[in-house]
Design a protein around this ligand. Structure first.
Ligand SMILES: Nc1ncnc2c1ncn2[C@@H]1O[C@H](COP(=O)(O)OP(=O)(O)OP(=O)(O)O)[C@@H](O)[C@H]1O
Ligand SMILES: CC(=O)N[C@H]1[C@@H]2OC[C@@H](O2)[C@@H](O)[C@@H]1O[C@H](C)C(=O)O
Length: 387
């Protein structure tokens, strides 16, 4: 088995920037060994961030904007690859491949009266490949959808490879823009791993911070820690999307459900509450949606000893406090407690998924996405020059 350098790129639903993880990787499937060499998060400029949100918005988006952003983001992703390699003193020509998730612009996993089941991640792989002179694997979600899946979540495959335990059941909870969990039973197999989106991660908290305080997020959960939680209000807000919360997994969601419209409704209906009370209640809402999801869909059938939190939400101490209160029988840890990085997890996963694609292995977990079978994910864009 040869050790290769690879970069995983993730730009998530929070639109806070690009996560780039430089890893070494060897082997494939259950023999994969992956090590994080270096990690960077590069922020989007405020103007670019605004245009990405505009492209996602059903009222403001245009085809010209999406077309142009696709190429612009390709360059921004290529720059993130260059930066992570430069900081680690690894020359670009040592890179074997890049796994790029892209920026989700729209995710509609179901047939509706106007739309076909579909998902769109942009950030043109040819531009990334050209500027880095490296092969790129991208467009990971489409093949799973072709096989009848929701195209998300995909990280469960990497969770299975990296975090399975022979001694106890684990829940790996990501709290990014959206919250999603991978359930790894004790001594798991790919057949009994399952996963689903639990609901909002930081998306509602961030939306309120932006609208009420003019700041992108609640650092450390400080604002929420000063506010008062109105728990019946949080229960009511969850009721607005009760179809999603009651649905049996597999299921996935996004900004279409917990973005602008959800946040606007909270603000419109609660003028009388102080800003910190609204942010505190939204923080509780995320914790409650996670705990409710476990009580409904995980605990009845699975013995879970520990919950390991990743993603930006793991830095929100108030959110973790509520999660621990609501899950008194589990140990709620963060990735760092078990020797991994909370921030790099998803970017590492896309390097690992690209490696599976290049080795001809499926990368979806049908119990997580609802696909009819395991399929090889992604599109491969070759290195544009002979190396
Ligand atoms: N120090 C911090 N304190 C509190 N919250 C934080 C902190 N750092 C990051 N966050 C939160 O985490 C979010 C980013 O998380 P992350 O990068 O995991 O999301 P993402 O990958 O964009 O989303 P997803 O996983 O849904 O695609 C920020 O928008 C913010 O809400
Ligand atoms: C369509 C899309 O981009 N979904 C994201 C989002 O962010 C978290 C959650 O919703 C998850 O379903 C998914 O991302 C991770 C990386 C996944 O596929 O596992």
């Amino acid at each position: 088995m040869t050790k290769q350098y690879a970069v995983g790129l993730m730009s998530g639903t929070s639109v806070d920037g690009i996560d780039a993880a430089l890893v070494t990787i060897e082997g494939s499937g259950t023999n994969t060994k992956v090590e994080l060499v270096h990690f960077v998060t590069t922020s989007f400029s405020p103007d670019l961030k605004e245009r990405i949100f505009q492209a996602m918005s059903e009222n403001q988006s245009t085809s010209a904007l999406i077309c142009s952003l696709n190429f612009e983001l390709g360059e921004v992703f290529a720059n993130a690859v260059k930066q992570v390699c430069k900081e680690a003193h690894i020359p670009l020509d040592k890179l074997s491949f890049i796994g790029s998730h892209g920026q989700t612009i729209y995710h509609q996993p179901f047939q509706t009266k106007d739309t076909f089941p579909s998902t769109l991640q942009i950030g043109e792989p040819s531009i990334i490949a050209y500027h880095t002179k490296t092969k790129v694997v991208s467009n990971f979600r489409s093949m799973d959808m072709a096989a009848g899946g929701e195209g998300a979540p995909l990280v469960p495959y990497s969770d299975y490879l990296l975090y399975r335990s022979n001694s106890h059941g684990r829940a790996l909870q990501n709290i990014g823009g959206i919250g999603n969990v991978t359930v790894l039973p004790k001594k798991p197999s790919l057949q009994n791993v399952f996963a689903f989106d639990t609901g909002p991660g930081n998306m509602v908290i961030d939306g309120l911070c932006e609208r009420l305080q003019g700041i992108p997020f609640d650092k450390g959960g400080m604002i929420a820690s000063k506010g008062m939680v109105h728990d019946t209000l949080a229960q009511n807000w969850l009721e607005w999307e009760s179809d999603f919360f009651n649905k049996t997994p597999p299921k996935s969601t996004g900004r279409e459900m917990f973005g602008e419209v959800f946040v606007n409704k909270i603000i419109q209906e609660n003028h009388h509450l102080a800003n910190e009370d609204l942010i505190a209640t939204a923080t509780y809402l995320t914790a409650l949606s996670i705990a409710n999801a476990y009580k409904k869909f995980v605990f009845p059938t699975h013995d879970i000893y520990e919950v390991i939190v990743a993603g930006g939400g793991s830095f929100n101490r108030t959110l973790l406090h509520w999660l621990r209160e609501l899950l008194p029988h589990q140990e709620v840890k963060v990735q760092e407690d078990i020797g991994f990085s909370s921030e790099a997890k998803e970017a590492v996963a896309f390097a690992l998924l690209a490696n599976e694609t290049l080795n001809g292995n499926p990368g979806n977990v049908p119990n997580a996405t609802g696909a009819s079978e395991p399929v090889i994910l992604g599109s491969i864009t070759p290195c544009p020059v002979k190396k």
